[in-house]
Design a binder for this molecule. Sequence first.
Ligand code: P6P
Length: 341
Amino acid sequence: MTKFEVTTLNEFILKSQMELDYKADGGFSHMLHHIGTAARIVNREVNKAGLVDVLGEAGNTNVQGEDQKKLDIIANEYFIDAMHSCGEICAIASEENESFIFFDDEIAKNAKYVFMMDPLDGSSNIDVNVSIGTIFSIYKRVTPEGTQATMEDFLQKGTEQVASGYILYGSSTMLVYTTGEGVNGFTLDPSIGEFCLSHQMIKTPEDGTIYSVNEGNYKKFPKGVKKYIKYCQERDSKTSRPYSSRYIGSLVSDFHRNLLKGGVFIYPEFENAPTGKLRLLYECNPIAYLAEQAGGKATNGEQRIMELKPTSLHQRTPFYTGSKNMVEKVEAYLKKHGKDS
Ligand code: P6P
């Protein structure tokens, strides 16, 4: 590939806008461009985290009652500023904020979209240099343009998403997103400061040999999950078992590996997390949109995640996602053995 065959994120967005003019209107492209910019800034902060005083607790806790790392705050602020300045977003919901943030300037009030995010998921991994990620989801507002956004704009089913994606701050920094026309991945080239198309039209394998679950909670898991974990560990050459257990404890990292290689990610409900741990609006729905667009699945163990009607901003859900056949296998075990532990 010559250096001029590289497709940057901005070139890809403009090309998509021309090809998909019915959907990728200027505003859409404008938002994706600002996400890329905020991602580069947060990437810079994450990469120097070990060198300057941005590690460790910021001394306060977020609405989840978790110690808020300084990078959480930094990422949250950069993405809020970037999405406000693009002029296409009327309000934002974030894991770091108890309620949604609305903008009352005229441009924002007349904007068409709302933005939801986990600005830095897996942040407990920051100070041990494990990959972390930003997860985002975009919807068209349901309230009239020109008015202040309401909770109704946020409590939409995942099927209403117009775009979703994540930034993975890992061995390389990647932006992976969908607008409903497949999933594309861009890798940041630090030498030119551009996200360059590196994974075009990602399709996740229907089957895989990786299962991702925090087995430390095994004894508390629903019986169907326990039975499935034992199934993964059995010897059976015909189905390439035993599978490999891979769990980073950072949703974006675990999901991204399984998306490319095939695998299933499981976070069930159990006594420590009676409705699951992961958040429906800004973790599970955006990941589910990507999983389905890449040919995979995402459910709560029995129902399609994107069909769930949200009732609150920070609600949690059990989450099973990844290769289609593997998710369906877990669902079959849950159906057969039930959810009691
Ligand atoms: P556990 C990180 O805190 C996170 O929200 C996800 O990124 C990750 O998948 C999950 O929690 C890990 O949770 O209970 O296994 O440590």
